[in-house]
Design a binder for this molecule. Structure first.
Ligand SMILES: [Zn+2]
Ligand SMILES: [Zn+2]
Length: 353
C-alpha cells in the first residue's frame, strides 16, 4: 500500500481502511451516509429479569469475600463484595504457572485468580448505580489490585463487565469480574508494544497525542469533563466502540487518585446511559486496560483507559479469518448520536472525519 497525504477533512462516501495508531491494526469502515443505522430500529425482546428467589447473588458468602463494603454501621447490610468465581478460568495455586511440553505442543497450568464483584441491587446496572456506589466499585477494584499484587503468580490485573446474555453474562444480577492472570494478555501486549514504539520515535505518549487531537477536533468526542474524556476511536473496530481516558498521563489504573477516578466513572456512567437510551438498550462489555503489575518502570509510556463495546454487530468470517474488523457506523456519527440529546446547547458537529 503506498502512502499519500490525506486531506485534512473529507466527507466519507466510500469504504475506507483505517489504521489503529497504537496497535497498527487495520479496520474497514463501510459506513455509507445513512443518518441512522438500520439495526437500531428493529423490535427488541425485552431484557429478561430473573426472580430474586432464583438469584445466586442474593445469598452472598461473606466468609469467602476478599473485600466487603457495608452500608450500615452495624455491618449487617452489605453494598458490595468480591468473592471467588464459582467456575474460575484460573485457579489460585501454591505453585505458579509452569510451561510444559506435550509432543509438538506447549501448555501451562492455569494458575491465577478469578473473582466476581457483586453490587447489592438486583436491577441497577452500572449506569443506574448512584454515583457513590459506582465510585465504590472502582475503589474496590483498586483495593483488590493491591491484594492481588501480593500474589507472585499474578502478573496482570484484568477487570471487566459483561452486561446481558449477548455480552456473556450468565446471571442477570449485575456483577463484574477480575482475572489475576499469570501472563500479560496478547491484546494488552500489542497495545503496550505500540505505545512503546510510538514513544521511542516521538518522545510522546501516543494516547496523550490522541486525546489532544480528539479534544481539539471534537468530532469523535461524546463526553468530556474536568479530568476525563470519552471518544469513539478513529479506527473503531465496532459500531459505537468508545474509549474513556483520564486526561492526565497515568500508566497505572491503581495509582489514580479519587478526583481523576471520579471523572472517569462519571463519563463511564454517562456513556453507558446514552448507549442504553440511543441504541435500544444493548448488551455490552467494558474492561480496563492498564500497565502490567511488575517492572512498572518499563511501562511509563502507557496510559490506562476503559474500552466499551456494545454488542450490536455480528463477527463473521472476515473478522475471524483476517483480523480485520468491518465497522458499519462512522465513529464521528456514533459520538454524535450519543452526545446529541445530552448536549444542552444543541451544538452539532459535522461528523465528517
Ligand atoms: Zn439478585
Ligand atoms: Zn499519556
Amino acid at each position: 500500500m503506498s502512502r499519500v497525504a490525506t486531506p485534512v477533512a473529507h466527507i466519507m462516501d466510500n469504504p475506507e481502511l483505517r489504521q489503529d495508531i497504537v496497535t497498527g491494526d487495520w479496520v474497514v469502515l463501510a459506513a455509507g451516509r445513512a443518518s441512522r443505522p438500520n439495526f437500531l430500529d428493529g423490535a427488541k425482546e425485552k431484557r429478561k429479569r430473573s426472580s430474586l428467589e432464583d438469584c445466586p447473588f442474593e445469598q452472598p458468602q461473606p466468609e469467602k469475600a476478599s473485600i466487603i463494603y457495608y452500608t450500615d454501621r452495624d455491618r449487617k447490610e452489605w453494598g458490595l463484595q468480591i468473592v471467588p468465581n464459582k467456575y474460575p478460568v484460573l485457579e489460585h495455586g501454591e505453585v505458579c504457572s509452569v510451561i510444559n511440553r506435550y509432543g509438538p505442543y506447549t501448555y501451562a497450568t492455569a494458575v491465577g485468580q478469578h473473582d466476581v464483584v457483586i453490587t447489592r441491587n438486583h436491577d441497577n446496572n452500572f449506569a443506574m448505580l448512584p454515583p457513590g456506589e459506582a465510585n465504590a466499585l472502582f475503589r474496590a477494584f483498586k483495593e483488590r489490585y493491591q491484594q492481588m499484587a501480593q500474589d507472585s503468580c499474578v502478573n496482570y490485573f484484568f477487570a471487566f463487565h459483561n452486561w446481558g446474555p449477548g455480552a456473556g453474562a450468565s446471571i442477570y444480577h449485575p456483577h463484574y469480574q477480575i482475572l489475576g492472570l499469570p501472563v500479560v494478555p496478547p491484546d494488552v501486549e500489542r497495545s503496550l508494544e505500540g505505545s512503546r514504539n510510538y514513544f521511542e520515535k516521538h518522545r510522546a505518549c501516543v494516547h496523550c497525542e490522541m486525546i489532544a487531537w480528539e479534544r481539539q477536533s471534537k468530532y469523535r468526542v461524546a463526553f468530556e469533563n474536568e479530568w476525563a474524556v470519552a471518544f469513539a476511536p478513529y479506527a473503531s473496530r465496532f459500531p459505537f466502540e468508545m474509549k474513556i481516558f483520564p486526561k492526565k498521563h497515568l500508566p497505572n489504573f491503581e495509582e489514580t487518585d479519587d478526583g481523576d477516578m471520579r471523572c472517569v466513572v462519571e463519563l463511564l456512567q454517562k456513556t453507558l446511559s446514552a448507549m442504553t437510551r440511543e441504541l435500544n438498550d444493548p448488551d455490552y462489555n467494558f474492561y480496563i486496560h492498564t500497565a502490567p503489575m511488575r517492572n512498572k518502570n518499563l511501562y511509563e509510556h502507557y496510559h490506562w483507559h476503559i474500552e466499551i463495546l456494545p454488542k450490536i454487530s455480528v463477527i463473521a468470517s472476515v473478522e475471524i479469518g483476517t483480523g480485520i474488523e468491518i465497522n458499519t457506523v462512522h465513529p464521528g456519527k456514533a459520538a454524535e448520536m450519543l452526545r446529541e440529546r445530552v448536549n444542552a446547547r444543541g451544538e452539532r458537529l459535522t461528523p465528517d472525519l
